[in-house]
Design a protein around this ligand. Structure first.
Ligand SMILES: NC(=O)C1=CN([C@@H]2O[C@H](COP(=O)(O)OP(=O)(O)OC[C@H]3O[C@@H](n4cnc5c(N)ncnc54)[C@H](O)[C@@H]3O)[C@@H](O)[C@H]2O)C=CC1
Ligand SMILES: O=P(O)(O)OC[C@H]1O[C@](O)(CO)[C@@H](O)[C@@H]1O
Length: 394
């Protein structure tokens, strides 16, 4: 892919599951030297020392790939972070949506340093489960830039939005850097007109002119369906997603949610129904993969983020309801999400304290943005109460 003396550098913020298990792997495959910016001291030391790690597929043959030409710098090593950004052709992130504001300052300092030296094009791609994650990151980064740097950045730095899809659960075992991942993967990036150049060639990346339909397809199908297995699985007492998916009642509910959002998507984008059904079936297969030991509490994590008006649950429910579509499975799923009370998840603890202190109607109105006069408000409240009662009686 590269000329003999050509060196290409990618800086990736967050050496976690998707960072090592997907983004780092693809960047390394494409011939980039990958510099992880991480906050875990042990990981930084190991990446610097070993310069490689192994990605194993959760498939029958458990194929392995060595991801080479990687290194790391600690997020607090400001000078090293700046220098890496100055050299980079692309910067990616997978730190979690809520951590984006925290990496904005080091990123902005790196951009200022870079722009003082040269104006080569730079792409910054947030690979988070977030609606328009790169645009949000751009706003935070710009809040730290001087006016002069902003002006230069307008000319040569772009923030194309992206979606990434691969199930990568937290890793178990002794290999601190190794990652086990599902065989499926998808990485879609908005075509970056901004810098006025050819999009950067990265293995596994598909460039699209309009990201929104794909983003909604992923959010409303894979993410909503996966959540359904997690929240219903949690209430039923299952530990892992594959265990929950073996419960026929839950499997049917997961499929029901994806069919409801599917009707909405097919209507909105005029898609071929059969093709979308194949996507749903593929998602069901992915969730049930017995080789992925994925805990229900991981997939259910951060319920306040997942219950936000713009996210995977409320947004399709409100859109479908506006079109007069029946959505009983989505209503059950959202009600189950409101009952997620895992005490090691800070957002679940906060959610439960909001419900306790202010009542569920307040959460539905103020957090989820569904007002009392909306038909969904009553249905959600009633279903939540029914589920809560059933749980008390058990
Ligand atoms: N794991 C998965 O299956 C998928 C995850 N995603 C998205 O990718 C993002 C990351 O998810 P995971 O990899 O699962 O989480 P993770 O917790 O394994 O990785 C996040 C990493 O970011 C690091 N981090 C957080 N704040 C930081 C900071 N200020 N500076 C430097 N590093 C920082 C953490 O130390 C951690 O290593 C999330 O937005 C998630 O929604 C998207 C698709 C699939
Ligand atoms: O829970 P989050 O942070 O949105 O991200 C993880 C989700 O994204 C996925 O990886 C799908 O790409 C699922 O594993 C999971 O539902």
């Amino acid at each position: 892919m590269l000329g003999a003396n050509e060196r290409r550098v990618a800086v990736h913020f967050g050496a976690g599951n998707i960072g090592r298990g997907f983004i780092g792997q693809m960047l390394s495959r494409s011939g980039f030297e990958v510099v992880f910016v991480a906050r875990n001291e042990e990981q930084v030391a190991l990446l610097k020392q070993q310069r490689q790690y192994t990605v194993t597929l959760a498939s029958e043959r458990e194929e392995e790939e060595i991801v080479r030409n990687v290194t790391a710098v600690h997020i607090r090593n400001a000078a090293a972070v700046k220098e890496s950004i100055a050299e980079a052709d692309v910067v990616t992130t997978a730190v979690g949506e809520s951590a984006l504001p925290h990496i904005a300052r080091p990123l902005a300092e790196g951009i200022e340093f870079r722009l003082a030296n040269h104006e080569r094009p730079l792409r910054i791609i947030a690979c988070e489960n977030a609606v328009k994650g790169s645009s949000k990151l751009r706003k935070w980064v710009y809040s730290h830039l001087t006016e002069a740097a902003k002006e230069k950045a307008e000319r040569c730095v772009v923030f194309p939005n992206a979606i990434v899809d691969r199930i990568v659960p937290p890793q178990i075992g002794d290999d601190t850097l190794g990652v086990k991942v599902e065989p499926f993967s998808e990485w879609l990036v908005e075509h970056d007109h901004g810098a006025g150049r050819e999009p950067l060639s990265i293995a596994g990346v598909q460039y699209v002119r309009a990201l929104e339909p794909y983003a909604e397809r992923k959010l409303y199908t894979v993410n909503a369906g996966h959540c359904c297995a997690a929240y219903l699985g949690y209430l039923a007492g299952y530990r892992t997603i594959p265990e929950a998916m073996r419960d026929e009642r839950i499997r049917r509910a997961v499929e029901g949610v994806m069919r409801e959002t599917g009707r909405l998507l097919v209507h909105r984008y005029n898609w071929n129904e059969e093709e979308h059904l194949r996507y749903i079936r593929k998602s069901l297969q992915r969730f049930a993969n017995p080789r992925i030991n994925d805990k229900v509490t991981r997939v259910a994590r951060s319920p306040l983020r997942k219950l936000a008006a713009s996210d995977r649950l409320v947004r399709p429910a409100v859109q479908a309801s506006a079109l007069g579509m029946e959505i009983p499975h989505l209503v059950s799923l959202i009600s189950a999400a409101l009952l997620f009370d895992f005490d090691q998840d800070p957002e679940a603890v906060r959610l439960q304290s909001l419900i306790r202190d202010r009542g569920v109607r307040d959460v539905i109105r103020n957090h989820m943005g569904i007002h009392e006069h909306h038909p969904l408000h009553y249905r959600l409240t009633a279903h939540f109460e029914k589920l809560r009662e059933g749980r008390r009686e058990r």
